[in-house]
Each structure stands twice: as C-alpha cells, then as structure tokens.
Ligand binder design. Sequence first.
Ligand code: NCD
Length: 311
Amino acid sequence: MQLSTKHLLGIRDLQAQDIQLILDTATQFKEVLQRPIKKVPSLRDVTIVNLFYENSTRTRISFELAEKRLSADTINFTASGSSVSKGETLLDTVNNILSMKVDMVVMRHSASGAPHFLAKHIPAIIVNAGDGINEHPTQALLDAFSIREKLGTLEGKKVAIIGDIMHSRVALSNIYLLQKMGAEVTVAGPPTLIPKYIQEALGVRVEYDVKNALQWCDVANILRIQLERQNQVLFSSLREYNLAFGVSKKMLDELDKEIFVMHPGPINRGVEIDSDVADSKQSLILQQVENGVAVRMAVLYLLAGQRETAE
Ligand code: NCD
C-alpha cells in the first residue's frame, strides 16, 4: 500500500485510504515504541531537516524523536539564530540546505501555504508541521489515532472542537480528517472566534453554548486562544473567556455520560481548560503526545517509501 500523495501538506489533499494507512502503520510503530529497544533501521539512508520558523515544543521534539527511532540522520534548523535575520529568503535557505543532500523537509512556518510553495520549488519531500492558520496535518492524525484507540473507530463518532476555531490550524485539519473518516463535527466557542462561513463551507455544526457541545459529543478537543495571531480584540478578557467558554470539571460531572477530553497543547490552565479537567482521568492530553511519535514515524516512513518519485 502507498500514499496517494508525495508530500504531506494538509489533510485536505488526503483520501480516506491514506488516513487509514497512516493510522494502521502508526499502530505498528506504537508497538515498536513499547519494546526495550525502541528503534528500527527503516530510514537509515534518509536525511531529514526540521525547519522551524515558528515556536514549537511538542511537534519539534516529536518529529525529531520519530526520525531518530527510524534511524534517519537529522538536522535541526530554527529561524532564530539563523541567516534569516540577515535577510535570506525561505527558498535560498532551503536550497542551501538541500545542496547538502537532504531528502525530506519537516517544516513549520507562520505563513499559510509556505510548505505548498516549497513543494512546488524544491525536489525534497515536504511534511507540513503547521503553516499559519491553515493546517497541522500530523496533529489531526495523532488526534484521530488517539480517538480510534479509545473508541475503536472514528466512523459515527461525535467530536466537538471548542475554542479559537478561527485562528486554529488544528481545527481545520481535524475537521477535514474527521469528516473524511465518517465522524460528525461540532465547533463551539464565541461567535467572534468562529468563522461565519464555516457551517456552509465545511458542513460542521456550530454551537455557541459550550455545555450543549459537551453534552452532544463523545470527545471534546479543546483549543488554545491563539493570541499571537489576533490583531484585534475578539473577547473581553481571558478571565471572562474562562467563565463563558472554559471547560471545567463541574461541567463534565454534570453531563449524563462520560466523555474524553483532548487538547493539542500548549494548554493555558484556567483559560480554555481548568486544571482539574486537564489532569483528570478523562483527559487524553499526554496520550496524544505519546501517540504523536508513532504517527509521525508512520508519516515519515510512508513518504520516504516513495522518495524516488518525488517531484
Ligand atoms: C498547536 C499549534 O502549534 O498549532 N500546538 C501543537 O502543535 N501541539 C496548537 C497551539 O499552538 O495552540
């Protein structure tokens, strides 16, 4: 089995079979990660650069660990401390790195479409690790893996995505993925943080009352307010956001069923999620991080398998 794409730019470009293949391959790699020796030689002949133009903790470490577990050679590039501050363009930076014989580029950038631009202009395989407010495909894949692990399937499951939908690449990638895999999606949060077109354009339900969204869903994926991407005031204060839209343990306890809670991190305790929710038995937050390594191993392994044909 092969992926239908040469790069992983977004979930939008994937078929349901691609997603299935990545999740199934990740299940095998998760098994490798439980062994005393958590390493396989699969990418021994592959060199990967991690090109991070935007801050990251989990995603960068997770990709790096996935690459090491697959025995790839890795180089880490962060924009701060590089020649970007001397005025070098993205394309020049990447072409210089590629002339050192690099096969794959894992890339995070604050500009939506930056990885798509690179994929058009350079011969290496590109993996999008988050581009602006567009997509974060490996996050959606690890979220899906975590749901599948708990609920057995995505088909017919109800997922509420709660918070800053407007500025979240995690939201968009999750919506694409969940719909392709037959899950139902509701987005919830303040009207100012939910794009007006989302219901018609993407076919998701919209809910402005977080309690209703929680009562409806099997899994709640709670998102951070992306203050760094907002240049206007979209809600009154973080304290008031918490009172109106934050998820508390009391809210979970008042539901007539037990739901799972996810968050891509970094979490802002006491804003979108209360501490006793983040640390509760219903929280999958640290399992998501654990699963991220296996999912990224699967993505890198499957894409490297079609290296010869990359354009
Ligand atoms: C997310 C991101 O960077 O888009 N974090 C992550 O990759 N785990 C979400 C966020 O920053 O809130």
